[in-house]
Design a protein around this ligand. Structure first.
Ligand SMILES: Nc1nc2c(c(=O)[nH]1)N[C@H]1C(S)=C(S)[C@@H](COP(=O)(O)OP(=O)(O)OC[C@H]3O[C@@H](n4cnc5c(=O)[nH]c(N)nc54)[C@H](O)[C@@H]3O)O[C@H]1N2
Ligand SMILES: Nc1nc2c(c(=O)[nH]1)N[C@H]1C(S)=C(S)[C@@H](COP(=O)(O)OP(=O)(O)OC[C@H]3O[C@@H](n4cnc5c(=O)[nH]c(N)nc54)[C@H](O)[C@@H]3O)O[C@H]1N2
Ligand code: SF4
Ligand SMILES: [Mo]
Length: 736
């Protein structure tokens, strides 16, 4: 046996955060397991554990590549890093000189701990046109919670540090047990359930924990704002709100009282399809059995009324006094190193940058600091010449994850120059001119911070990167040095040292310590009763109060109170369309073994769910002549896709759930890896957007479902042998 060593690090095979121990023998990883001494106590999931199959996967990108054929022809030439970076630098400088830095868009996918690099890089070169999925994921809740309280980061206190655990949990469009670490780690949540009295699940589908729930509400997708208004109607009418909190610490209660008046349980039952008895019971449990917390899922943010839905939910938190109390909703005291966003916020957003934010005029909250991605697509699609000349993309599949795939695809084809940085080939890479190979978290030194919580952690390199792959921080720093040297660093270590400086610690020390933060007795509760935010107590909002009616929203010309609006397409907003498309479609529930589009090329993970599934109630399926396992077409006014049916009694008869973020890595480049085969965003519309955040209706639209004919399925394009999946089913490339 050769040299054997154990490296302690932090996993980010999802949004990240689990402490891990990695055993390396002669430069090869032989074992990955949870670190019992970490804050996640040694727990890990299938995705993190399967990193062994990820790291030396034969399909990893190993070298910088230059496209030598047409987009989608799959013809590439290996080039050096120097040539790759020289080319990107030249393209950026040309665009900056000729059209201004805002003609450069920088994009990233869901947060993988490099958010601060994308934003800093963009600002350092003078553009705020940063394209992220934030507007359908997490940003609306940070922004809207922020308007009510004056600070944005409200998390569920699952920890018992203040002496109490939540008595009532609401899981609202959320599966934290699977989507860990989105907001908090699922380990902490599951642990806290041992102390809970009530678990209320609000989801049109049964989830893993529905059988454990005290109460399960099944709303029609897109109707949650009405549900929250209805619950508030009950709480106010029955006088069971937290009178002390409301009287002393809130603003706008009377207006809220007026607003919720029409939302009687009877009316809300009609809108939401939730029986009125359940609305009343949920409201009572929430208001009486305190403390409690609401874990909000991003399905609510992928909807064109997301702003008001989140406003309504935070008002519900306030009514029950579930703010800053142990076991309720808390804003964490940050690690000593400060807010990691400071790393980009320290570069000012100039008026010039602001003026050129695409969508900034229209979406005053969503596009205040970064652009609205759908507006970028529309602007490119509608201009003769794309206003975006250079698109620098890091780790995101915008072509897959944005609404209206056909339009996104056509718009991206018009962009002069695209560089994409990833670990594998995929639709975005096929669209690009240069592809850069990114290192895996097991191959990098970096600081982990995802949802700015109460801690930061260290990614410690366990093995050298495959081929010539480089860490994202290295790539940003090298490119930064070329295009905006004032803001970048000698090397990666200097960059990490700089980010840790406020904590009085160097990267070398931090990498040994593994974690830094504020927990246990160091956390502070009831901040509004002290001088923490304001002398004499109060919230850091314009009125110094928790604002049921938001002054800041009013100033921006929006309704200061939460308001229900039907989705762009629904049985009630478009009844004629509903006749032709009789089912409500939501998409994108999180499966435990995939992370969005990722891991379909990891044999172990692929074996759990070979193809994207459409969940449908067995009674609905029977009426449509569909059986479990059938391939079906799912069609909306924008197009049609194929998924495999899973008959699931736990879903409402009027609703279907499609797997989202799917393409097929094994499909040929010419089809952009099967971009149009099963991706629900072929069906979604980018026209109807949230007025504050610009979020489209990804999880509430209308569709019809019908069985694929034998003809539809005869052509076999799956390279099953190559990928080692046991499947031999057949699917053609559509003639899109
Ligand atoms: N219809 C519908 N659409 C949706 C959703 C939905 O539920 N339904 N969900 C929305 C949400 S919430 C989100 S967040 C978006 C997500 O959308 P994306 O963030 O685009 O998600 P992925 O498809 O996983 O793309 C991530 C890419 O990053 C690469 N990658 C992974 N780790 C790294 C790394 O460390 N470095 C680099 N350089 N690359 C890396 C992966 O290989 C992959 O190609 O989709 C949104 N779109
Ligand atoms: N394993 C795994 N973990 C992940 C991800 C992954 O792909 N895989 N993705 C990561 C990302 S980017 C994100 S944003 C988070 C998201 O994770 P979560 O926020 O937990 O979101 P989802 O699992 O998409 O949806 C949660 C539930 O919302 C329900 N739902 C759908 N539409 C509606 C609606 O209109 N109203 C209500 N009340 N419920 C609805 C769905 O049925 C689903 O059960 O997870 C992150 N974690
Ligand atoms: S939950 Fe996320 S961080 Fe934890 S092991 Fe799984 S993939 Fe890794
Ligand atoms: Mo997300």
């Amino acid at each position: 046996m050769g040299e054997r060593k154990v490296i302690k690090s932090t996993c980010k095979s999802c949004h990240g955060g689990c402490g891990v121990k990695v055993t390396v023998e002669d430069g090869t990883i032989v074992n990955i397991e949870g670190n019992p001494d970490s804050l996640t106590r040694g727990t890990m999931c299938a995705k993190g554990l399967s990193s062994i199959q990820h790291i030396d996967n034969p399909y990893r990108l190993k070298y910088p590549l230059k496209r030598v054929g047409e987009r989608g022809e799959g013809k590439w030439k290996k080039i050096s890093w120097d040539e790759a970076l020289d080319t990107i630098e030249k393209k950026m400088k040309e665009a900056m000189e000729k059209y201004g830095p805002w003609s450069i868009a920088v994009s990233q996918g869901t947060g993988r701990g490099y958010n601060r690099y994308t934003h800093r890089f963009a600002r350092s070169i003078g553009t705020a046109n940063v394209i992220t999925p934030g507007y359908v994921c997490h940003s609306p809740r940070l922004g809207l919670y922020g308007l009510v309280t004056g600070y944005g980061r409200l998390y569920c206190d699952y920890h018992g540090w203040g002496g109490e655990f939540p008595k009532t949990h609401i899981m609202w469009a959320k599966q934290l047990e699977i989507s860990s670490a989105d907001s908090e780690m699922c380990y902490w949540y599951i642990n806290s359930l041992d102390y809970a009295k009530n678990l209320i699940i609000i989801d049109p589908r049964a989830t893993a924990y529905t059988s454990r729930a005290t109460l399960w509400l099944q709303p029609r997708p897109g109707s949650d704002c009405a549900l929250a208004l209805g619950m508030m109607n009950v709480i106010i009418n029955e006088g069971i709100y937290d009178k002390e909190f409301v009287e002393k610490w809130t603003y706008g209660f009377d207006e809220l009282k007026e607003r919720v008046k029409p939302y009687t349980p009877e009316k809300v039952a009609e809108i939401t399809w939730v029986p009125k008895e359940k609305i009343i019971e949920a409201a009572r449990l929430w208001a009486i059995d305190t403390p409690g917390c609401i874990q909000v899922g991003s399905s609510l943010e992928r909807q064109a009324n997301c702003g008001h839905t989140l406003r309504a939910i935070i008002c519900l938190m306030g009514l029950a006094g579930n703010i800053e109390r142990p076991g309720s909703m808390i804003s964490w005291v940050l690690p000593k190193t400060g807010l990691v966003e400071d790393f980009y916020l320290e570069i000012p957003l100039t008026d010039e940058m602001k003026k050129h934010i695409i969508g900034g005029e229209k979406f005053k909250l969503g596009a205040a600091r970064t652009c609205n991605p759908d507006m970028i697509i529309k602007t490119i699609a509608q201009s003769g010449e794309s206003p975006i000349k250079v698109w620098f993309s890091v780790g995101g599949q915008q072509i897959v994850h944005m609404a209206n795939t056909k339009e996104v695809f056509a718009a991206m084809k018009k962009v002069d120059f695209i560089a994409h940085c990833d670990q594998f080939m995929g639709p975005m890479a096929e669209m690009s001119d240069i592809v850069l190979p990114a290192a895996h978290w097991l191959e990098i030194d970096d600081i982990y911070d995802m949802h700015p919580r109460f801690m930061i952690e260290a990614h410690n390199k366990a093995v050298e990167p495959i081929g010539e792959a480089k860490s994202d921080v290295w790539i940003f720093n090298e490119l930064g040095k070329r295009v905006a040297p004032k803001y970048w660093f000698k090397d990666v270590e200097a960059c990490l040292d700089y980010q840790l400086r406020k904590g009085g610690i160097t990267w070398k020390e931090f990498s040994q310590r593994l974690v830094s933060g504020c927990w246990g007795k160091d956390q502070v509760y009831y901040k509004y009763k002290t001088d923490y935010w304001r002398k004499g107590g109060g919230f850091p909002s314009p009125t110094g109060k928790f604002e049921f009616a938001s002054k800041a929203l009013e100033a921006l010309g929006y309704d200061p109170l939460p308001q229900f609006r039907e989705p762009g397409e629904s049985p009630y907003s478009t009844p004629d369309l509903h006749k032709e498309y009789p089912l409500v479609l939501t998409s994108g529930y999180r499966a435990p073994f995939y992370f969005l589009s990722q891991y379909r090329n990891i044999p172990w993970l692929r074996s759990f769910m070979e193809y994207p599934i459409l969940q449908i109630n067995p009674e609905t399926a029977k009426k449509l002549g569909i059986e479990d396992g059938d391939w079906v077409w799912v069609e909306s006014p924008r197009g049609r896709i194929r998924q495999k049916v899973r008959c699931f009694p736990g879903i409402d008869r009027r609703v279907v759930m499609a797997t989202a973020n799917c393409f097929y890595p094994e499909e040929p480049p010419q089809s952009f890896h099967g971009l149009f085969i099963s991706n629900p965003n072929v069906l979604t519309d980018n026209g109807h957007q949230d007025p504050m955040y610009g979020s489209p209706d990804l999880t509430c639209l209308l569709c019809k479902v019908y069985k694929c004919s034998k003809e539809d399925l005869k052509e076999n394009v799956f390279k099953t042998q190559e990928y080692g999946t046991p499947f031999t089913k057949v699917l053609p490339i559509p003639n899109e």
